[in-house]
Design a protein around this ligand. Structure first.
Ligand code: IPD
Ligand code: CA
Length: 278
């Protein structure tokens, strides 16, 4: 039987390539920065231009589909996941990297139907790595199959996370305490490359063994979630329960063993949800 979503996936790859080109060209020019919710939550004209390019191209071809895009939500659009075919878009994942020209900057798109992720695309556009995954069909980087490391022993693992300013000192301390309890297992190390979607692809391709994060968004996770699963990895909630795309938190790992050990070490702290006002 024909795959009904394959044509959408092909269109997604084409528009993501165009978006990546726009980002690389913008890196050659001056970048003017604006603040969003805090002094470390940045946005540029390019984030908005890239999201417009992606949404207008997809909407023209699929006028009945729904969208959750980071910059549209920032401008007041709803962020509620329904059963409709929905494109979840981060035009630039790693905006801070983009403004510093630190080379992990990606375009991330996940496509859901009945709230299930059907495919994910992450284009790490400075590295020119196009990660793709269609549910049930495997994960690829530039067309070459990828898989997780398969590591099961957390003490032999390289773990990714992201750390940053938190206005609430209690939350800041909780974030640091989680890092301390993981570093003292001990693990081989913790890295913070600065793009959640790239982090997931690094785990998917075996370059790291796990990635955990509290406080990201559905547009940071949707594309990478498909890639992790299809590369043979696991994705779960920070508590060890089922992954929830709107929950703003996740653990991904090369094996269930590592994911569960991390879940035991991590103390959750409040981060709100994408589908509520908080
Ligand atoms: C950010 C990146 C970063 C993470 C932040 C995200 P953005 O996304 O994924 O790795 O630490 O929490 O907001 O804002 O650059 O799209
Ligand atoms: Ca973004």
């Amino acid at each position: 039987m024909d795959d009904p979503w394959m044509e959408c996936m092909d269109h997604c790859i084409a528009v993501t390539q165009e978006a990546g080109k726009m980002i690389r060209e913008a890196l050659q020019k001056d970048i003017s920065i604006k603040q969003k919710s805090s002094p470390v939550d940045l946005v540029t004209e390019t984030d908005q231009k890239v999201e417009n390019l992606i949404i207008s191209s997809i909407r023209e071809k699929y006028p009945t589909h729904s969208f959750i895009g980071e910059e549209s939500v920032a401008a007041g659009a709803p962020s509620i996941l329904t059963d409709d075919p929905t494109w979840i878009i981060d035009p630039i994942d790693g905006t801070t990297n983009f403004v510093h020209r630190f080379p992990f900057v990606s375009v991330s798109i996940g496509f859901t139907v009945n709230k299930e992720i059907e495919f994910g695309i992450v284009y790490s556009c400075i590295e020119d790595k196009m990660y793709t995954a269609r549910k049930g069909k495997g994960a690829f980087c530039n067309g070459v199959p990828i898989k997780v490391s398969g590591q099961k022993d957390i003490s032999q693992s390289l773990v990714l996370t992201e750390m940053g300013f938190k206005p609430d000192p209690k939350i800041f301390r909780a974030m640091m305490a989680n890092m301390e309890s993981i570093l003292t297992i001990p693990v081989h190390g913790i890295r913070a490359p600065g793009s959640a979607a790239v982090n997931m692809c690094l785990v998917a391709s075996g370059a790291a063994d796990a990635y955990y994060h509290i406080g990201i968004h559905c547009w940071d996770m949707a594309g990478g979630a498909a890639i992790i699963r299809e590369a043979g990895g696991v994705i779960m909630d920070i508590t060890g329960g089922p992954f929830d795309l709107m929950s703003r938190r996740l653990i991904t790992a090369s094996s269930e063993d590592i994911a569960k050990q991390l879940a035991q070490k991590i103390q959750p702290f409040p981060c709100g949800r994408d589908d509520t006002e908080n």
